[in-house]
Design a protein around this ligand. Sequence first.
Ligand code: PBE
Length: 269
Amino acid sequence: ENKVPVGEQVDYKITGTDPGSGLMRLTAQAMEDYDLSDWTLTESSAAGMTAQLDTAYKNKEPIVIVAWSPHWMFNTYDLKYLDDPKLTYGEPEEIHTIARLGLQEDHPVAYEFLDRFNWTSDDMGEVMIDIQNGMEPGAAAAKWVDEHEAKVQAWIDGLEPVDGDPFTLSYVAWDSELASTNVVRYVLDEKLGYTAEALQVEIGPMWIGVANGDVDAIVAAWLPVTHADYWEKYGDRLDDLGANMVHVKSGLAVPAYMEDVNSIEDLQS
Ligand code: PBE
């Protein structure tokens, strides 16, 4: 039998996402850990990566992508994570809510809500899929909040709404964070009386902004592994409010139709 090595099938290319993201750092590390020195990792964005995946998938072509979940790509396509026996990508981790120092004194109502905010990957999936299907992110967030009254009530129970106080969130255009940030912003605005804005930025500025105090909070910190370098650099100037979601995951993935490729080790030629 004469099988073409997977590297050759995909031109030794791993289809990546936004530069600076944790997944790009971890994938560079994986390429060292698994001796993939003849491979390259391409830079793109979350949207660019999924567009390339979509094209490959429709043509049933081989592709190796950086992947994370929750993400609608796992609903839309039949994908599998590659085993990571060296645990380069770590164990399943958490998404944390991070506040600037002083937020508790300055905005105690928002702080208490953010401290309580937590949801599941199924919750987030509902918002993500609506956005993916073309709904405006704010409208998808509003719909989710309307449909999950009890959950939202537990986040805001006993909190006295403020009178239009400004509040600034920031996030990166990852599908997961587009969903969470819009839900949090909607609750701040519609339930707690804030005038909240959500700034879309790159990952470095997201961390620097909240560390410098220019941004009040983020709900987009993947810890302890994916954003370990940012946490190490800025953690002493930040207030970690803990997990808003548990059991999130990242790694390399391929379409299920690549039957012979099941582990990162299978990429070695
Ligand atoms: N991600 C999505 C981000 C965190 C959320 C996995 C692309 C990252 O790699 O930093």
